[in-house]
Write a protein that binds this ligand. Structure first.
Ligand SMILES: Nc1ncnc2c1ncn2[C@@H]1O[C@H](COP(=O)(O)OP(=O)(O)OP(=O)(O)O)[C@@H](O)[C@H]1O
Ligand SMILES: [Mg+2]
Length: 432
């Protein structure tokens, strides 16, 4: 291949020889014109190639440009190789970048990248959800202009990020508790990590409530019991009165016993994550047992009707099913005033699901209480419920048993008219 310098010398020589020959034959002017013409050929050629180069660069398709011959071939070939390598490298970097973004998006935690001025460089969709941000709109906005909570602004301004910050009532409907912490990286940048701790907070609150409730429920009978004991110990009482006191002590002890039993039942149900066994539980036997217990508890003060519309049995844990059903029946008896009517019915609906329903003509329950009835220790009317010996654990037990049998507890109630509690059992849990 001829080098660039040799080409240059060759063209000069050719121009010189041609202009000399023309000059000798046709005079000075023609000789100079011939020399200029010869010298301008490579210039025109270069111009044409540069114009082509410009066109291909404009269309971003330099690597597809056919190579010219001569000096430009080498230059264009190297240029094309450079562009190809650069594009390949860029593709790899883009792919890597996409992988990082995908990984950050997959995180269950919110991630926000802040620059040295606390402006949002990037955030994942969880962070968008937590803070109501839209990255496309809020990119490069200062985060303290978008999250206006004083505790957050204080945390950010203090620049003391060793401890996380807990903010409550965040999220779209102010229902989230978020734990966040900023971690420095790069040059004065920060990575803000946000964890949704709503469930943990709820569990914590529930645990605290639970301990408070149990202590409260135990304290009352223990105090009463101790009062009686002191009286019996310190006073000379007639046998009749003593017996009366013992009876009252017995009832308080009984109350504590049933509380502890209910708590144990609940704990066992909660600890058992396996679905209930599928023993055949005959509906007629169940209804007969319920009827016996109901009549004994009511002592003739209520009118009962027991309907068995289907002979299909239930596939489940007999003890648990009886406990759930009798909880509903005993509630109806306890909360329905004397003379009220209680209907207990077992049937199978059109979809083949079993339905155990207990309806009463009791006081009913206002709608705001319905969704909370299955919470542990929840009672509509604490004083009345305590009079009847209730601790508010019955329906929590029913709900657990229902879910272990994939059944649903449904409650309908009209204040002043009565309530219907129904357990709907899936067809897979029914036998012949
Ligand atoms: N049939 C009903 N009619 C009216 N209110 C009811 C009826 N069943 C339940 N309730 C209300 O729901 C609350 C919760 O019932 P649940 O069975 O969980 O607790 P409890 O009866 O108070 O106590 P426990 O069942 O643990 O002895 C009751 O305190 C009562 O206020
Ligand atoms: Mg109850």
């Amino acid at each position: 291949m001829i080098s660039a310098l040799s080409r240059f010398i060759l063209i000069i020589c050719v121009a010189f020889i041609v202009s000399f020959i023309v000059l000798a034959n046709w005079g000075n002017e023609w000789g100079i014109a011939a020399g200029i013409f010869i010298l301008s050929i490579p210039l025109i050629y270069s111009y044409i190639n540069l114009a082509r180069l410009g066109r291909y660069i404009q269309n971003d398709s330099l690597e597809n440009m056919p190579l010219p011959s001569g000096l430009w071939e080498e230059i264009f070939f190297r240029l094309q190789r450079l562009i190809k390598n650069l594009k390949q490298r860029m593709g790899q970097i883009e792919q890597q970048h996409d992988h990082f973004i995908e990984a950050f998006q997959a995180s269950p935690n919110g991630i926000v990248m802040l620059d040295e001025n606390d402006q949002i460089e990037w955030c994942n969709s969880i962070a968008e959800h937590f803070f109501g941000l839209i990255f496309k709109r809020d990119a490069m906005q200062r985060i303290n202009f978008l999250i206006r909570r004083p505790e957050f602004i204080h945390y950010l301004n203090r620049r003391h990020f060793d401890e996380p910050l807990l903010i409550e009532r965040m999220g779209p409907d102010s229902s989230l508790s978020l734990m966040m912490q900023a971690f420095p990286f790069g040059q004065n940048r920060h990575l803000l990590l946000i964890q949704n701790v709503t469930d943990l907070q709820k569990a914590d609150a529930m645990r605290r409530d639970f301990v408070a409730n149990v202590s409260h429920e135990m304290r009352t009978p223990i105090t009463v019991l101790m009062g009686f004991l002191e009286t019996v110990q310190s006073l000379e009482l007639a046998k009749e009165q003593r017996d009366q006191y013992f009876e009252m002590m017995m009832s308080q002890a009984q109350r504590m016993k049933s509380l502890v039993e209910d708590l144990l039942t609940l704990a066992n149900l909660e600890a058992n994550t396996q679905p209930a066994v599928t023993n055949v539980v005959k509906s007629e036997t169940l209804m007969a047992l319920l009827r016996n217990d109901a009549e004994a508890l009511s002592k003739g003060k209520h009118q009962f009707s027991f309907e068995i519309d289907s002979t299909q049995s239930i596939l489940g844990d007999e003890r648990e099913i009886l406990s759930a059903f009798s909880n509903l029946v005993s509630n109806a008896i306890r909360y329905t005033p004397d003379g009220g009517k209680i209907n207990v019915k077992w049937s199978v609906n059109h979809q083949g699901q079993g339905e155990f329903a207990v309806s009463d003509t009791g006081p009913g329950i206002a709608s705001e209480h319905l969704s909370r009835l299955t919470e542990r220790f929840y009672r509509v009317d604490r004083s009345r419920s305590r009079d009847t010996g209730g601790t508010g654990l019955g329906l929590a037990i029913v709900k657990h048993i229902a879910s272990r049998h994939q059944a649903q507890l449904m409650i309908e109630s009209t204040p002043g008219k009565g309530s219907t509690f129904m357990l709907r059992i899936p067809r897979e849990r029914l036998g012949n």
